[in-house]
Design a binder for this molecule. Structure first.
Ligand SMILES: C[S@@+](CC[C@H](N)C(=O)[O-])C[C@H]1O[C@@H](n2cnc3c(N)ncnc32)[C@H](O)[C@@H]1O
Length: 238
């Protein structure tokens, strides 16, 4: 099972806030799309929910929310901010909660961690299995192959009163995948620590995503652009 480590979970949100990520605004956009297709949706499952930042915002609009993630350290952070919300440790290709929801979300390209189209289809099938007929599935993909910039480098610095975090990344194309090297340095009065993680993210085509949704019994469309320039896949379960 793939999931974020403790040291990554510890800095995850701080680093992304410094890059301008706004989970509440993203959740508002997704809620609007869900309501367009399913005006009376009240239950929502966030797959690969991470630290629960989207769920915190979804909770304002949906009375019944739950989350799934592979990483215990990420779920621990979600549990701390979402008392009473059911949070399950599980792999998106295999999880079974024994119930359905009006909406299922999978944000920030988590679905694109699937290494090939067979596993992409397995993950989308599991998400669709947790949707009632007419329910809405919203997934944020990674870049499509034609939009990926080989050798892309990026970096951010977080300055806090007693802590400084730098995160630099370099993403290269390796066949049909992106290999992203993520190097994080955390400087505190007690010392400086550094770690490097390698993320492998698939460069699925739009057609491969749409095929996976169709195979899972969902009619999907792609909305380019928001929330992170990579667009959203929005599907309804038949
Ligand atoms: C890029 S983060 C996105 C987290 C959250 N959706 C957000 O927008 O902040 C990816 C998340 O996917 C989780 N993840 C990775 N592989 C997974 C899998 N096979 N099943 C479930 N979760 C997985 C990681 O633990 C991590 O929390």
């Amino acid at each position: 099972m793939r999931g974020y480590s403790e040291q990554h979970a510890e800095v995850y949100e701080d680093v992304l806030v410094s890059r301008g990520k706004n989970w509440a605004a993203e959740a508002q956009l997704v809620t609007r799309l869900i309501r367009e297709a399913c005006p009376r949706a009240i239950s929502l499952l966030d797959v690969a929910c991470g630290t629960g930042a989207h769920l915190e915002a979804f909770r304002e609009d949906f009375t019944d929310v739950a989350g799934v993630d592979a990483s215990r350290p990420m779920l621990d952070r979600a549990a701390a901010r979402l008392p009473g919300v059911p949070l399950h440790q599980g792999d998106m290709r295999e999880f079974e909660l024994g119930r359905t929801f009006d909406a299922v979300t999978c944000m920030f390209f988590a679905v694109s961690y699937m290494p090939d189209t067979a596993e992409l289809e397995a993950a989308v099938r599991r998400m669709a299995a947790h949707l009632r007929p007419g329910g809405v599935l919203v997934a944020e993909p990674w870049w499509f192959p034609e939009r990926f910039i080989d050798g892309y480098v990026d970096g951010h610095l977080v300055r806090e009163e007693h802590r400084l975090i730098s995160r630099v990344t370099r993403s290269v194309r390796d066949g049909d995948t992106t290999r992203m090297e993520v190097r994080i340095v955390v400087a505190e009065p007690s010392g400086i620590r550094e770690f490097t993680e390698y993320e492998i993210v698939s460069l699925f085509t739009l057609d491969e995503y749409l095929t996976a949704f169709r195979a899972a019994g969902c009619d999907a469309r792609f909305l380019p652009g928001e929330p992170n320039r990579r667009g959203l896949l929005v599907a309804t379960r038949r």
